[in-house]
Write a protein that binds this ligand. Structure first.
Ligand SMILES: NC(=O)C1=CN([C@@H]2O[C@H](COP(=O)(O)OP(=O)(O)OC[C@H]3O[C@@H](n4cnc5c(N)ncnc54)[C@H](O)[C@@H]3O)[C@@H](O)[C@H]2O)C=CC1
Ligand SMILES: O=C([O-])CC(=O)C(=O)O
Length: 329
């Protein structure tokens, strides 16, 4: 095992996603069995007592990869020297809300955290935002961290990506391992566009394998895009273990690389590719390597996809304008 621990900061550590995420990171699911991790956990003051209990449990697991745990409510201290920051801490929506309704409640969290990351994180910092509305919160954090390259911020659409794979696997009766090149475009919201036109099932085109435009448009897309709401309806609380799992998948692939015959969905700063407004944080198909990502280029976008991508991008532009109005960026 290498000796220098990777410092992983997690915010909202006492929340429900945190309760799953911390144990997965600590046991090596993020960086593998040979890389020790130091957890640096941020919570608001009233939640620190509960977090102390979680830390007791982390210690009780005696994970060989867990080098240490620090907790606190000051982002300037908790982000000090962090190599990876997973920004989960934010209010979840409840029944009947859209994630965008959380902008005014959660947006301000990401200004202060962006500044603290800017001033204290390690030079190689990567920042993954899970807290909703994730894309625009990532934009707020990035804008408030002008010294950190914009490419170091991403928002989580990997849960949507995994949901799309799972739904397709169920429909076609194939294992999830046979499904490659899934893409979520746009916002982590009900306007997101899960794209089957470029996905593959056992090497063949997924849209053709389904062969049913009505199922694609009227069942698959809304099921994936509204899965978060369906889980809130069923569980009475928003998805937690699956969100933690996707947060791990996304960070692991970003740092360690995506598979050679596949790509992943990540919301990253747009360079204008595929006509997506420059500067917003929108989900694309990306390949990753050593902590860097590249948008997959050259995919043909048909009229159906164009309309869906444009609608989701329009929503992101509206969210950007709203947080500008609120003085957060
Ligand atoms: N992008 C995605 O795919 C998903 C995103 N989410 C979002 O993740 C966020 C967290 O969800 P849960 O863990 O279920 O919520 P939760 O309410 O169980 O936990 C959130 C935690 O964040 C803490 N917190 C609040 N303000 C903070 C601050 N300024 N600094 C540090 N910690 C702070 C709270 O004290 C709480 O412990 C929500 O916004 C939720 O909507 C949830 C599922 C999927
Ligand atoms: O739906 C929500 O509010 C939580 C979330 O982001 C998801 O499950 O995708």
């Amino acid at each position: 095992m290498s000796t220098t621990p990777v410092k992983v900061a997690v915010t909202g550590a006492a929340g429900q996603i945190g309760y799953s995420l911390l144990f997965r990171i600590a046991c090596g699911d993020l960086l593998g069995p040979d890389t020790p991790v130091q957890l640096q956990l941020l919570e608001i003051e009233p939640a620190l007592k509960a977090l102390e209990g979680t830390v007791m449990e982390l210690n009780d697991c005696a994970f060989p990869t867990l080098a240490g745990v620090e907790i606190g409510s000051d982002p300037n201290k908790i982000f000090d020297g962090a190599n990876l920051a997973l920004l989960v801490g934010a209010r979840p929506r409840t029944k009947g809300m859209e994630r965008g309704d959380l902008l005014s409640a959660n947006g301000a969290i990401f200004t202060g955290q962006g500044k603290a990351l800017n001033d204290h994180a390690a030079d190689d910092i990567r920042v993954g935002v899970t807290g909703n509305p994730a894309n625009t919160n990532a934009l707020i954090a990035s804008t408030n961290a002008p010294d950190i390259p914009k490419e170091r911020f991403s928002a989580l659409t990997r849960l949507d990506h995994n949901r799309a794979i799972s739904q397709l696997s169920e429909k076609l009766g194939v294992p999830v391992t046979e499904i490659k090149k899934m893409t979520i475009w746009g916002n982590h919201s009900a306007t997101q566009f899960p794209d089957l036109f470029h996905a593959e099932v056992d090497g063949k085109n997924a849209y053709d394998a389904v062969g049913d435009q009505d199922w694609y448009a009227d069942t698959f897309i809304p099921t994936v895009a509204k899965r978060g709401a369906a889980i809130i309806e069923a569980r009475g609380a928003s998805s937690a273990a699956s969100a933690a799992s996707a947060t791990i998948d996304a960070a692991r692939d970003w740092l360690l690389g995506s598979a050679a015959d596949d790509w992943v969905s990540m919301a990253v700063v747009s360079d204008g590719s595929y006509g997506v407004a420059e500067g917003i944080i929108s989900s694309f198909p990306v390949v990753t390597k050593n902590g860097d990502w590249e948008i997959v280029q050259g995919l043909e976008i048909n009229d159906f996809s164009r309309g869906k991508i444009d609608a989701s991008v329009a929503e992101l532009v509206e969210e950007r304008d709203a947080v500008k109005e609120l003085g957060l960026i």
